[in-house]
Design a protein around this ligand. Sequence first.
Ligand code: ZN
Length: 451
Amino acid sequence: MHVAASGPKFEKPGRLPAPLDLSADDDGRSMHRFVAELYPICRSITGEGVRKTLNLILEHIPLTICEVPSGLQVFDWTVPLEWNIRDAYIKNSAGERIVDFRASNLHVLGYSVPVHTRIGLSELREHLFSDPQHPDWIPYRTSYHEPAWGFCLPHSQFLALPEDEYEVRIDSSLESGHLTYGELQLRGRSSDEVLISCHVCHPSLCNDNLSGVAVACALAKRLGSMDRRYSYRFLFIPGTIGSIAWTAIRQSHLSKIKHGFVLTCVGDRGSPTYKTSRRGDAEIDRAWMYVLKQSGSAFDILPFSPFGYDERQYCSPGLNLPVGCFMRTPHGQFQEYHTSADDLNFVCAASLNDSVAKALTVIDVIEQNCKYLNLKPFCEPKLGDYGLYSSIGGRPVGDFQMAILWLLNMSDGTNSLLDIAARCNLPWEMLKEAVRALGEAGLLKPIEEPS
Ligand code: ZN
């Protein structure tokens, strides 16, 4: 028997507003403040800077801080010695600090071995790094794998250095210790997991490093208070060696990861970019493509390549996890990349906010995605009898009406809601509303999770 639903459901508006209500705690301004709080810390792939960063994250979310000992073999790599630095400078013969770690931690080549000596200009120059393309900025350089020491400085300053006897001092230590990372697991109804990973190993750089931290933290807070189908695992790890160590330690667990994305460079003013997983057509890839396409704003989709951030490790052939990378302007494609100009002015609250909003919509797609079955599949049901079709013929068919028709047509048990959404290119909230209306009318039922 047909049961007429109350009200003319075909009069739904063409576009429903995005279902995002970012709380004051998680909005872009508070994320930007968090970036500012983390900005002065001298982070590296190991050491106290990472611990300080994780302890500040811990004030927002219940992170577990994990320590992996130096020397541990992880796949083809070895967990390095722990690096810590207290001070560094170049003084001229008048005793003035002309390059000062206290002014910017970017001045020191990352992982510099300790040094304290007096040298002339030509020898000093062998240890200096500058960028002629951007003569006023301090470049960010590291030497993780070769013992070295050095200083980074603006090219204009490099060119102006006079002949002199310089005192150089780097008060650092490289000792057996730990690699530190933070991990948060939010359990859902299923033990299947979504992995969200960001790096915490860059010193005072905002977009490359801290924007991902702030967005991941905001997502964890939001997901923490949501009913969850999936379990979520957030990683705040040193780039490359951190994800290599984590996957090596957790190798037996990795089959639980059904979806995932790396967050990096999500605070600049560029439009959103998603780089697909190595699989290219994983559900997470299709969810990001659909959500960015639906946003109505500029976006870019990049195919997988074995270069970039920790998706390189998650997508290595032996793991091949369905993990992509969400960013705004890709690394290396903004001139401020790996320089002192990637500062608090380079990232903005609106972009951080938009990055959280996009990621939450993708998560909602993943959470709600399932297959449905049309219970009246022999020709179209007489929708008017269910209150699902306009009785006025001749006027244009609206989007909500099309959502109803697409759902009925495609719900033969083989297509997921995301498959249908991508094919009909209608808004996610509208499709969910149409699913609800068809379910209430007894025309559609889920045949798998979520129930
Ligand atoms: Zn970087």
